[in-house]
Design a protein. Structure first.
Length: 407
């Protein structure tokens, strides 16, 4: 699906979809609980769908309708295939869970997911009773039952590995510890996991050793059913915060004030001072999902802005350093790509043009917001990529007065 956007200021109210990160975690925790949980406020997306199907393979009974998911957990895990779609969260969260449950499964994936690294699991789980049929890549089959103990993880690949183990280790008989061997990037996502586990009766003790996080997890814990409402997603709200900085007037609902979401920093970045957007230098380590739309914001900012420590963006749905730069440059902006950074120069107005989505939902939505400051239409190729996280994005965009036509 290709969409042509005619530049138009946006105004009105939009309810931000639920946090995809929290939704994954709530669905998984409920599926591991001994009883029935009701998770409300879940916004449908392709990624959440694959997590639900995956947890069904692992023994849960899940029924989702109109944003409410009734989940009966603690069933008998089945052997078979778990198709993770293009969801890195699903893959990395579920590998250790399947290992803890003793499920013999094959993980499959699509898009760029088969190339995303799972090396830490192959190394660490391989020491604790799990057998993999190869050293990486998808499809990959695993068997055995995970043993408790000490797990050493790099912190600069993805916090998703920590989350996966945090879900799995309480299910084991013995106690375990996760030690980081390098600084943890995207720590707010690990904080989300600990918070969600607490709702479902699982305790994790976090401490620090040599400046690095240590997670101690008692074995023999049991997930308890819990009714939970998922809060709104600041990484999705970021598109509308940036639109407001560009002169739109959008009121946003369904956002929690007392959140641990690191992406809430967008409130500070998308500020206007004396009619101008100040330039900024932003470390992407903890907020990788914001990078594409931050390139739009930075283009409108005075002077030159920089996004640093962003090497992990190269292994997302697209190489987001290259695809975000290509998006802005195709519209007449000026972005230079470094090994792990982007340098974005001020651009008073975009000239319009055609954008390749690279099958990346965040590139699509960022391009739609960039159209707000364009002098000519913006055409987005492969706009259906939004289904991965925000299927109703263009419906909301039009409800705010945006002109987005399928061509």
């Amino acid at each position: 699906m290709d969409i042509r956007i005619t530049p138009q200021k946006l105004h009105g109210h939009v309810d931000i979809p639920s946090s995809k990160s929290y939704s994954h975690r709530a669905v998984i925790a409920a599926a591991l609980a001994e009883g029935t949980s009701v998770i409300t406020g879940v916004s449908a997306s392709a990624d959440i769908d694959v997590t639900c199907r995956a947890m069904s393979v692992l023994g849960a009974d899940i029924c989702g309708e109109n944003g409410t998911y009734t989940i009966k957990g603690a069933g008998r895990p089945a052997s078979g295939i778990i198709d993770c779609g293009e969801s890195g969260s699903t893959l990395r969260f579920l590998i250790p869970i399947a290992a803890a449950l003793g499920a013999d499964v094959t993980f499959e994936g699509h898009g760029k997911l088969p190339t995303r690294p799972i090396t830490p699991y192959i190394r660490e789980l391989g020491k604790k009773g799990i057998r993999f049929d190869k050293e990486g890549g998808l499809p990959i089959s695993m068997s055995g039952r995970l043993q408790s103990g000490e797990f050493l993880l790099e912190g600069d690949i993805s916090s998703q590995f920590i989350t996966g183990l945090l879900f799995a280790l309480p299910l084991l008989e013995g106690d375990s510890v996760i030690r980081l061997t390098s600084p943890l990037e995207s720590k707010p996502y690990a904080d989300m996991t600990v918070s969600t586990l607490g709702h479902f009766g699982i305790t994790v003790r976090e401490s620090c050793s040599n400046g690095l996080p240590v997670y101690e997890i008692k074995g023999g814990q049991h997930y308890k059913p819990c009714d939970m409402r998922v809060e709104g997603d600041y990484s999705q709200a970021a598109f509308f915060y940036v639109a407001n900085a560009l002169g739109c007037d959008i009121d946003m609902g369904n956002l929690a004030e007392d959140t641990v979401q690191g992406d809430r920093i967008i409130e500070q970045l998308a500020r206007v001072e004396n009619g101008r957007i100040p330039s900024f230098v932003q470390d992407a380590s903890d907020v990788p999902d914001l990078v594409p739309v931050l390139t739009v914001l930075a283009s409108a900012a005075e002077g030159t802005s920089k996004i640093i420590n962003a090497s992990r963006l190269r292994i997302k749905e697209s190489d987001r350093l290259e695809s975000a730069a290509a998006m802005i440059n195709a519209l007449g902006g000026r972005v230079t790509v470094g090994e792990d950074n982007l340098v974005i120069e001020h651009c008073a107005r975009f000239k319009g043009g055609t954008i390749d989505s690279y099958n990346d939902h965040r590139i699509v939505m960022s391009a739609a917001i960039a159209a707000v400051m364009s002098d000519a239409p913006v055409t987005i190729l492969g706009a259906e990529a939004v289904n991965k996280s925000y299927p109703r994005f263009f419906d909301d965009y039009r409800s705010l007065g945006g002109i987005a036509e399928i061509i």
